[in-house]
Design a protein around this ligand. Structure first.
Ligand code: ARG
Ligand code: ZN
Length: 866
């Protein structure tokens, strides 16, 4: 594999999957010694290196912004002519088959604004290494197929950094003169360097114990600032539940004596699965009723599970190279999705996951940054932590699991874990284990890993009254994506059922395997044309096109026994009405209103499902259904339909809002469902135009004993001008100004508001004293939310584009990884009218013309601008 170096933006190196070569040198052990200090940290590394195969190539140790202070081989200090630096890497010619190499470097964690490598966050020192941050800490062959045993000694000022943590198990500790102390950690499991971590700081611990299936006691610790301790109980429960679930469902047991989690305030993404020492964005650890919404609670549970599950899918079995990233991420997302479904509602979890897939992955797959689940090349691997690798990757595993059924899937994952334990594996290894353990041929299925783009499946049903049969014709095609003009047909499992329109029942579900470009399926015994329910449970990650009438959709919305299909029928009903409105066509909306009313009144449905089903599709999703997105018309259409549903069913919304009012806070499924439904009712009630709308919303805001109701009332108020809006925003700010995670919501709610002045407000908020580019959560809550607000971001003045581009340019100098995440919304210019497209491209060009642009932003912008 070509080494990936930090390089100047003008000549970004492209890394290709087919260039993979096994490493020249292996590193069986590494001893690290850190003398920690925010301004000046000294890192001494001692590596045992062994030549891998017969070659005479030098040892090459990656480095990024590192200068060696000392280089020793087998105890002898090398002179300046005995090593060299090439593109940041330390290159040392070595004579023998095995040597001991020592290096010393100096770091300044407090200067590290990229938040990769060793950095300072709110008085802590912590690390982030995946994907290529370890090379910012010490010289090392920074690639995941080098597995080493780590022993780590940490030394720091005892008063400032009383807690010293690293991977594995703690072994010794002691005190030193000058108020310093030290601790030693040994990780018995060989691991790639991206899983290395250390934390030093003044932390308090929520400590509990878990007894594994073989009876071993594991000490669990969640480390946070003292004041945050009361907010860690949900995360702790999630951790214990995850450990038990992985034993029960996959037979996977935890393998060290301690498992630590640390929450940090400044973090580039969600969390990191470092062996035995997970490091989390604090937003995925801290939760209490005062500050966390139900969605936040679910986020904590899901991310804690995700990182814990990586201990097997990621750490015990890791990736050979970064092209295999979905091997661990897709599989682990699949595992955390199923865990969350088991902990709550399968139906609602599936709906939420599909909504995310469509919003993030389908958009990605239809734009300039589309790439396969196993990409062929990259400039900057950080740009490939995408919805495609994660969420589409999870859908591929889901399809395999569906085709195998639970028992064979379990046999196949058992084989995978056994066969590759302690190895750096590939997606191909995983597929083979599925084939052998699950007794299935996945030859054609492999294309899912190679082809980008969302397949479209056209389904048409014809009924023959003479033979009393129906014929279902399925046709698939996958549109071209960058570098892939022609696509081959994919193998996809489609769950389907045919419903009798009189009894409202189906004769049962069948699993159709679509493998050809066009395929026909015949079903007998239908005197009357049935109604087709297809891709039930969203069994394949595709776009299904049918020509079902509004009446058929209304029928399914009332009768389908698959909750996802039922939700989907509702969505399609609404989409048809909304797209019709945008096109200026008369679409009968009474079916939509009736379906919403009947869904709310259906006594067999639970509240959480009802809330999902009656929610109008987002403006972005409506835009995705159209060749050219008109943000203003879409907003107007959705707003008008929302007002109509609000007005026509006003008494219903009043009633639902009143009867879902709780007495005391609980996290039970019923209580969460009630809150979700209450919020939908509030949205429609306010949309109805009832004069007391803002007052009702304000009282909900004011009286709520939980953040779910408080924030959703605030969000509803934020959409319109009213005195209540200003009052609520002020109260919220003053109540939470000292709590960063909650203040994020204040920024986010305003940036996401459907308010005509949002774009100006965002500009103002970017200058607010509490706004900072140094904290990724804050940046995402303002600019991330804004760029996802279709109507506001695409303001025809182009001001929204300029604001986001300004942010990218400024942030790139501090934190390129987080800056690059803001590029994709600007890259979707092909989907908009000429004026908007020109403005969007103009901003992309302006970004690209900045001197010293990072590799991260260069890759995203240059791919998007063409
Ligand atoms: N492995 C981590 C997770 O999904 C995420 C690491 C993201 N790294 C990055 N460079 N974006 O759990
Ligand atoms: Zn992950």
């Amino acid at each position: 594999m070509a080494d990936i170096q930090s390089t100047s933006a003008s000549s970004p190196i492209v890394v290709r999957r087919r260039d993979y070569r096994p490493p020249d040198w292996l590193v069986p052990t590494i001893d690290l010694d850190f003398s920690l200090d925010p301004a000046r940290t000294i890192v001494r590394a001692s590596l045992s290196v062994t030549r891998n195969g017969g070659h005479d190539r030098p040892l090459r140790l990656d480095g990024d912004e590192l200068t060696p202070i000392e280089v020793k081989v087998d105890g002898r200090a090398l002179g300046p002519g005995e090593w060299s630096i090439e593109q940041g890497a330390l290159v040392i010619p070595l004579p023998g088959p095995a040597h001991q190499v020592e290096t010393v470097v100096e770091l300044a964690p407090e200067q590290n604004s990229k938040l990769m490598g060793l950095y300072a966050s709110g008085g802590l020192l912590c690390t982030q290494c995946e994907a290529e941050g370890f090379r910012r800490i010490t010289f090392f062959p920074d690639r995941p197929d080098i597995l080493s045993r780590y022993s780590v000694r940490l030394e720091a000022d005892q008063a400032r950094y009383p807690i010293l943590l690293s991977n594995g198990d703690p072994t010794e500790q002691g005190e030193l003169p000058d108020g310093r102390h030290w601790a030693k950690w040994i990780d018995p499991f060989p691991k790639p360097c991206y899983l290395f971590a250390l934390v030093a700081g003044d932390l308090a611990c929520n400590s509990e114990s878990f007894v594994t299936m073989s009876g071993r006691a594991v000490k669990l610790g969640i480390w946070v600032k003292e004041a945050d301790l009361p907010r860690t109980s949900h995360a702790m429960q999630a951790l214990k539940d995850s450990m038990a679930w992985d034993e029960r469902v996959y037979g996977r047991e935890y393998d060290l004596d301690v498992f630590n989690i640390v929450a940090v305030a400044d973090f580039n993404f969600g969390a990191m699965e470092n062996k035995g020492l997970n490091i989390f964005n604090s937003r995925y650890i801290l939760a209490d009723a005062e500050t966390a919404t139900d969605a936040d609670y679910d986020g904590v549970e899901g991310v804690v599970a995700h990182e814990y599950f990586h201990n097997w899918s990621g750490n015990r079995v890791t990736c050979r190279d970064w092209f295999q990233l979905s091997l661990k991420e897709g599989f682990t997302v699949f595992r955390d999705q199923n865990f969350s479904a088991d902990m709550g509602s399968h139906a609602v979890k599936r709906i939420e996951d599909v909504r995310v897939l469509r919003a993030a992955q389908f958009q990605e797959d239809s734009g300039p940054l589309a790439h396969p689940v196993r990409p062929e090349s990259y400039m900057e691997i950080s740009n490939f932590y995408t919805a495609t690798i994660y969420n589409k990757g999870a859908e591929l595993i889901r399809m395999i699991a569906l085709m195998l059924g639970p028992d064979r899937f379990r046999a196949a994952t058992d084989l995978y874990f056994e066969r590759h334990d302690g190895e750096a594996a590939t997606c191909e290894d995983f597929i083979r284990a599925m084939e052998e353990g699950g007794r299935i041929d996945l030859t054609q299925f492999r294309r899912w890993y190679e082809q980008a783009g969302t397949p479209r499946v056209r389904a048409s049903l014809t009924h023959d009254p003479i033979t009393q049969s129906v014929e279902l014709v399925l046709e698939q095609n996958t549109p071209p994506t960058p570098g892939q003009p022609d696509k081959a047909p994919l193998a996809m499992p489609l769950r389907a059922a045919l419903f009798d329109r009189h009894s409202g029942r189906s004769s049962g579900e069948t699993l159709l395997m679509l493998t050809e470009e066009q395929q026909r399926f015949t079903f007998n015994g239908f005197a009357v044309a049935p109604v087709l329910s297809i891709n039930r449970g969203f069994s394949a990650p595709v776009i299904v096109e049918t020509s079902r009438s509004q009446a058929d959709l209304a029928f399914l919305a009332a009768h389908d026994d698959d909750p996802f299909a039922r939700y989907e029928a509702m969505q399609q009903l609404m989409v048809n009405a909304l797209v019709g409105r945008v096109a200026g066509q008369e679409v009968d909306e009474t079916a939509v209103i009736a379906a919403i009313r009947d869904t709310v009144n259906d006594p067999h449905l639970d509240s959480a499902f009802i809330a999902e089903a009656i929610r109008l599709p987002s403006e972005a999703y409506i835009g995705d259904q159209m060749v050219q997105v008109d943000p203003d018309d879409i907003h107007a259409a959705r707003d008008a339909l929302q007002r109509r549903v609000g007005k026509e069913l006003e008494p219903l919304w009043r009633d639902v809002h009143a009867r879902t009012r709780a007495n005391g806070f609980s996290l039970s499924a019923a209580a969460k469902g009630a809150r979700k439904l209450r919020n939908s009712a509030l949205i429609y009630l306010v949309a109805s135009g009832a004069v007391d709308g803002p007052t009702v919303a304000f009282s909900q805001f004011d009286e709520a004993d939980n953040m779910t109701e408080r924030q959703s009332a605030l969000a509803t108020l934020a959409n319109d001008r009213s005195d209540e809006r200003e009052a609520a925003l002020d109260i919220f700010y003053n109540r939470y100004r000292d709590d960063a995670l909650t203040l994020d919501k204040w920024f986010q709610t305003q940036a996401f508001a459907s308010h005509p002045d949002t774009v100006d407000l965002v500009e103002e908020l970017a200058g607010h004293p509490d706004f900072t580019l140094a904290n990724p959560n804050r940046v995402r809550s303002l600019f991330g939310a804004f760029a996802g607000n279709q109507w506001a971001f695409h303001h025809r003045s182009g001001k929204g584009y300029r604001l986001v581009a300004d942010c990218i340019i400024a942030l790139d100098k501090l934190n390129p990884q987080t800056a690059a995440r803001l590029v994709p919304p600007l890259g979707r210019w092909r989907r908009f009218d000429e004026e908007r497209a020109a403005l969007m491209r103009g901003e992309l060009q302006r970004i690209l013309s900045q001197p010293g642009l990072s590799k991260d932003v260069t890759e995203q912008v240059s791919k998007s601008v063409e």
